[in-house]
Design a protein around this ligand. Sequence first.
Ligand code: NIG
Ligand code: FE
Length: 403
Amino acid sequence: MWDRLLTDCHLATMVASPGNPLGIMTNAAIGIADGRIVRVGKRTELAGFRAKEVVPLGGAWVTPGLVDCHTHLVFGGTRANEHAMRRAGATYEEIARAGGGIVSTVAATRAASADDLKGSARRRLDALMRGGVTTIEIKSGYGLDTASEIRMLNAARSLGRDSPVRIVPTLLALHALPAEAKDDRESFVKMVADEMIPAVARAGLAGTVDAYCDTIGFTPAEVERVFTAALANGMAVRLHAEQLSNQHGAALAAKYKALSADHLEHLDAAGARAMAAAGTVAVLLPGAYYALNEKVKPPVQLLRDVGVPMAVATDCNPGTSPLLSPTLAMNMACTLFGLTPEEAIAGMTIHAARALGLAHEVGSIEAGKAADLAVWRIGELAELGYWIGLPGPERRLFAGRDS
Ligand code: NIG
Ligand code: FE
């Protein structure tokens, strides 16, 4: 006997087959038991099964719960002032070099009380969940010393304790050089590799290490040192790469079998081919492109040609992407980057799950996976990439339950 039988719905299962990349199944039903999907099929096929509760969905569309695979959700303060500075002509680099940017959020984050840190992140998380997010990655990176990074990772984890959402914490070890290390990059990178990464690995607070490779971030050599430490400590890696310039970070990420390389506006063909060979997912972040009013777009056609899966995420952060809507991220991926609505939907479900190393658990509607689902009152699936600011699904299921 199943717990629930969702019926009278259309599905984007995300289990691709020839001619049906989103695995669309109309007039379908889903059987759920113990928080997991146990059976997916036509409504008529599943009609004979018994369930404690039958839930008719009145012809709604059901997708996997959305996966936001790149956020910096936990931080102190905001950077609304920089929004105004940019409108007056200052660039992200200029603001960062003048002491604003990431290091100003580091100061605000270190100064914030645990309650403030968690409370403000909770409000942002609630907005993203209302938009349909059931799994969210949260990076640290505004602590920049071991104790402060651990505090951020603990704050991220604690959000998952009083909410059904699935939280995936990532140690963003190289994000910016903290003020106290200004004159000694070398010691900072060494501290990250030799002290911070082992401490986080020992405590089991994150499974993945991220870094920011760019002119105002860290050099490829510095990133390699930290990636080597991550792998030695049994962690996976990801990289903010090719956002403002081409540092060949994507190829570097691929060399370390990174789960993903993210941003990628300045990606070249060699980098894309290296990603394809390594199985590294491209995470596209249209919110940052939009907020920074960038002109160079990620090479979407190149990514398609070489067969790199494209994920889409909000990059929710106080500086470059104060974006609180996953459906708007999908819309922007279409209008700004040229993704098809189908690609945008795959980008916030199955490919995003891959970017987190969680494709065995979430990101598609198939037997064995968690019953994390979004029920959309829309006429056609492409509406998910079409509305500018679609509020979110009518119902969200976490492990099979409404929440
Ligand atoms: O993904 N580029 C670096 N990291 C973030 C921005 C963080 C910030 O500005 O606070 C990003 O865009
Ligand atoms: Fe980011």
